[in-house]
Design a protein. Structure first.
Length: 408
């Protein structure tokens, strides 16, 4: 296991009152492993990096330097310390170096990279809202234009009313005198509204953790499953895929490609019953000691009642295979659909009892304000958001970053 400290040489008991070699503790630590707060470890509810970093092993209690009976001769140490270390420093021995800060520059850099990508992705949604504050005065006209801009971004009536009421209160309390200050206060208001949606996906509480994924055709459901599989596999979790989307042509083949790309196992049956495939996959996951079983269900519109009933059946059958499963029921929604996405969330939640959302394609829409509508009317956690097709374009949702990216 990687250690932040170099191995210490065995302590030698000096026979003569030769000066004690400088305490080997100037860690000169090797750089901590670069781990972004958006790395898969934090994706799946693990402990923060600072907690995972092993605390410095208690350095042998500084052997109380024997009171210098004789004045130490400044003669050079006959045997140089075996471990490469900087030039000897005079006593007192330096205090232990904190480990956590070593990773901060890397974390900050990676967060900024994702934030820039998110800001670019939300440009279509945020442009109309940001334009309201250009050369504006703080008056009733500003609030009216802001109301129109929020509605155009598909924030929804209830969320828009809430945001404007809260914003008015903040402007009054802060005694804002400039439109840029009002925009900053709006970002805080949006962040506070979205905060309840910010929650990590926890993996490992159950073995296997069974995740059932639903969504309408075209929302990016199977692609999102493939991206999640990749991140889980990179983190060291063993994953089993269940190709229970037996209705859509080529859905099974698409999932087989992801399984092969990520070198994970898959349970599938050509033209088989989706419930039977799900049942077999959960049992196989238990028998093979898998960490995660991802069940890809058929895409369907919430108005297709017979297909929604099939989803209920899949969930019941999964529970028969494992009394505690499914542990997560995720819905993938397309950010382009705006208020229709909110209708999907309500319908699927009533049918399945959703535990989380994945919002995709936010980079191609001017309707990203729908997250505010979801937060106000059906606050189901948003585990991940997507702003592109690449693997790294799917990331965990952070309310404050989203609000700041939205409002520039």
């Amino acid at each position: 296991m990687f250690s932040f400290f170099k191995k210490k040489p065995p302590a030698e008991t000096p026979d003569a009152p030769a000066p004690t070699p400088p305490a080997p503790a100037a860690p000169a630590p090797e750089p901590a492993p670069a781990r972004s707060v958006f790395s898969p470890s934090s994706w799946f509810g693990s402990k923060p990096v600072a907690e995972e970093t092993p605390a410095p092993s208690p350095a042998p209690a500084p052997v109380a330097a024997p009171a210098p009976v004789a004045a130490p001769a400044p003669a050079p140490v006959p045997v140089p310390p075996p471990a490469p270390a900087p030039a000897p420093v005079p006593a007192p021995a330096p205090a232990p170096v904190a480990i956590a800060p070593a990773a901060e520059p890397v974390i900050a850099t990676e967060r900024k990279g994702w934030f820039d990508k998110l800001k670019t992705g939300l440009r279509k949604t945020g442009t109309g809202i940001q334009a309201v504050f250009v050369n504006a005065k703080i008056d009733e006209e500003l609030y009216e234009e802001l109301e129109s801009a929020l509605l155009m971004a598909d924030t929804g009536v209830k969320a828009t009313e809430y945001l404007l009421d809260d914003l008015r209160g903040r402007v009054k309390r802060q005694m804002a005198t400039d439109a840029s200050q009002v925009k900053a206060l709006l970002a805080e208001t949006v962040a506070d509204l979205l905060k309840p949606l910010e929650k990590p996906l926890v993996i490992g509480q159950f073995t296997p953790t069974v995740i059932m994924v639903a969504g309408v055709n075209g929302a990016g459901k199977t692609t999102s499953i493939g991206k999640l599989t990749k991140h889980l596999a990179d983190e060291g979790a063993s994953v089993l895929l269940a190709a229970a989307d037996t209705f859509r042509a080529a859905a099974r083949e698409q999932l087989l490609v992801w399984a092969d790309r990520n070198t994970v196992e898959i349970v599938s049956q050509e033209g088989g019953d989706p419930s039977a495939v799900s049942f077999d996959a959960v049992n196989a996951g238990k028998a093979r000691g898998k960490d995660v079983v991802l069940v890809d269900t058929a895409g369907r519109l919430p108005t297709q009642l017979h297909l929604m009933d099939e989803l209920k059946k899949i969930k019941r059958v999964v529970t028969k295979a494992d009394g505690t499963a499914p542990h997560e029921v995720l819905l993938v929604i397309d950010g382009n659909t705006g208020q229709n996405a909110l209708a999907q969330v309500k319908a699927f939640d009533e049918t399945l009892g959703l535990t989380g959302l994945i919002v995709t394609k936010l980079d191609g829409t001017a309707k990203g304000g729908v997250l505010c509508a979801i937060a106000r009317e059906r606050p189901i956690p948003v585990y991940f958001i997507g702003v592109g097709e690449k693997l790294e374009d799917l990331e965990t949702f952070n309310a404050r970053e989203f609000a700041q990216a939205l409002l520039g």
